[in-house]
Design a protein around this ligand. Structure first.
Ligand SMILES: [Zn+2]
Length: 341
């Protein structure tokens, strides 16, 4: 092996040296990469596997269209269905948000079947096959607390986690108070205090979406520092780009990975964020991520996290059965590593 350090120290416990059976290319295998925040109605999602993304979580789309997608094709799609928001609330009326992807809640009743009902809207998404429920907590026009409570209660009773779009003063606190399981964006409008970050780290998954702020220095700073604190407090960060929001690459976004490094993530944390199966429990079994060649290093042989992040963005999606263990390499690893598994 060209590099003495084991792959797993560089890339985390799931990295393995492999050779492709079909092409005999050598490289590194990792579990399937997931973009945990996309909007498929705004992009050509079928191209994502060419860019290394095997699975996506659609966090705001037409539940009927999402339910009709063919199973077993790539990318694998799990979804929230429609945004649940208040009457006239974000994102209702936005150009990119047709009526089919928004449900305006006017009734907090826990009774399913009421028009505009909070429980009705959750049940509609559940019946369409949603794996998570998306709710909007926007300071301009937040969903009333009793409606949020009904949504969370109804979703949890059905075994579905709730993810929130949180924007504006006090909205992260409201999300935590309401028992919301995940944030669709790292909070970007206010710096959270230490106690709130600690509560979030204990209770929530945060979807990164740092690169959407690349033209807004203030939002970028706030999000980066919140994410740094969340990670330091032990919080679970998953990779997500909000694909469909502005000009983003159709595949692994190297700018998102670099932004995660700048927020204090190391390279194994990037891999963990990319391969986290949230909201599912296990990675896609049939496919793996393939990275051609050896992990890059700085000219002096030292680790180079930025080069590694860029290399991760060259990933491709391959069938698991196409990858064979690279035996020469396994031997090299075994010599230089303690028996840690
Ligand atoms: Zn989004």
């Amino acid at each position: 092996m060209p590099h003495p350090e084991p792959l797993r120290a560089l890339l985390g416990p799931d990295a393995a040296a492999v050779r492709r059976a079909l092409t005999d290319e050598a490289g590194v295998s990792l579990p399937a990469f997931v973009d945990h925040h996309v909007h498929l109605h705004l992009v050509d999602g079928e191209r994502l596997p060419l860019g290394g993304v095997a699975a996506v979580v659609d966090l705001g789309g037409d539940p009927a269209i999402l339910a009709g997608r063919a199973a077993g094709t790539l990318p694998q799609v799990t979804y929230a269905g429609a945004f649940l928001t208040t009457l006239g609330g974000y994102p209702a009326g936005r150009e990119w948000a047709p009526p089919a992807i928004v449900r305006q809640i006017t009734d907090a009743s826990p009774q399913i079947g009421r028009p505009g009902g909070a429980a009705t809207a959750v049940d509609e998404q559940r019946l369409a096959g949603a794996s998570v429920i998306k709710v909007v907590l926007h300071h301009d026009r937040p969903l009333p607390e009793d409606a949020v409570a009904t949504i969370v209660e109804t979703a949890h009773a059905a075994g579905l986690p709730v993810v929130a779009h949180v924007e504006g003063e006090g909205m992260t606190r409201r999300a935590l108070d309401a028992g919301i399981d995940a944030l669709a964006h790292t909070p970007f409008t206010e710096r959270l205090d230490e106690a709130l970050v600690a509560r979030a780290a204990a209770a929530q998954v945060w979807i990164s979406t740092l690169d959407i702020h690349r033209d807004d220095e203030q939002a970028a700073d706030v999000a980066r520092e919140n994410l740094r604190a969340f990670r330091a407090a032990g919080g679970r960060v998953v990779y997500g780009t909000d694909l469909g929001n502005g000009d983003l690459p159709l595949g692994v976004n190297p700018r998102e990975l670099r932004a995660l490094l700048a927020a204090g993530c190391d390279v194994p944390a990037l891999v963990a964020a990319l391969t986290d199966p949230w909201p599912g429990a296990a990675p896609l079994p049939e496919v793996r991520t393939f990275l051609r060649g050896q992990p890059p290093r700085a000219a002096d042989g030292a680790d180079d996290p930025t080069a590694l992040a860029d290399w991760l963005a060259t990933a491709s999606v391959v069938p698991g059965e196409d990858l064979l263990p690279d035996l020469d390499d396994e031997a090299g690893n075994a010599d230089s590593e303690d028996d840690d598994d």
